[in-house]
Design a binder for this molecule. Structure first.
Ligand SMILES: Cc1cc2nc3c(=O)[nH]c(=O)nc-3n(C[C@H](O)[C@H](O)[C@H](O)COP(=O)(O)O)c2cc1C
Length: 177
């Protein structure tokens, strides 16, 4: 697929078919994430692939509550991937601190989007979830406090269809000097 076409194809999928995600597709998404650029090439990420139904259900349940239920769709996803943010390379940490820019978060965002774009290229749907009970997920996945659970990504075959993209106009985004 032509790159801009792929970018237009990816959308946040919030309804999934129950069909499992083929292992080779998961691996190609992980490979795309692995190849992402990062500050000082520090690659401050780990990806945890959660397939086991019982664990996946518990993880999905940590993304919503009775009060805030917009992520309840995560229960349908046949696969959930947790994106863990580790401390960056010492050079990246120093640079980030001096520059006042959280490079690790930028790195995680790029890797996560590589993952999602590759999924879209394979006909899979994804949704990045930034809203979840981190404490609960940390306990379920046994993640130490030295690492942050930055994102969960739901993955599966879409059972919905894309809506037109809501984006700011080009001139609200770009300044040409
Ligand atoms: C860091 C991040 C966190 C997000 N968290 C959630 C979330 O918790 N629940 C959700 O339904 N969508 C979440 N999204 C998806 C955004 O709502 C979505 O990307 C945005 O509305 C644009 O729509 P599109 O992805 O369909 O193009 C998140 C996206 C990002 C990048």
């Amino acid at each position: 697929m032509e790159f801009l076409e792929l970018v237009k194809t990816r959308y946040s999928v919030r309804r999934y078919k129950p069909d499992p995600v083929p292992e080779e597709d998961v691996m190609s998404c992980l490979e795309a994430a692995r190849l992402a650029p990062s500050a000082s090439n520090s690659q401050p990420w780990e990806f945890i692939v959660i397939k086991t139904p019982e664990l996946r259900k518990h993880i999905a349940e940590s993304t919503y509550s009775r009060l805030i239920s917009f992520n309840k769709f995560a229960l349908q996803a046949p696969l959930i991937v947790a994106v863990i943010m580790k401390k960056g390379h010492i050079l990246s940490q120093i640079g980030a601190s001096l520059q006042g820019t959280p490079y690790q978060l930028i790195d995680i965002g790029i890797a996560a989007e590589h993952f999602c774009l590759q999924a879209a290229e394979r006909g899979l749907g994804t949704c990045m979830l930034g809203w979840f009970n981190e404490k609960k997920v940390r306990k379920l996945l046994e993640i130490p406090k030295s690492k942050k659970i930055a994102l969960l990504i739901t993955v599966g075959y879409p059972a919905d269809s894309p809506k037109p993209k809501q984006r700011k106009e080009m001139n609200a985004m770009v300044q040409k000097l």
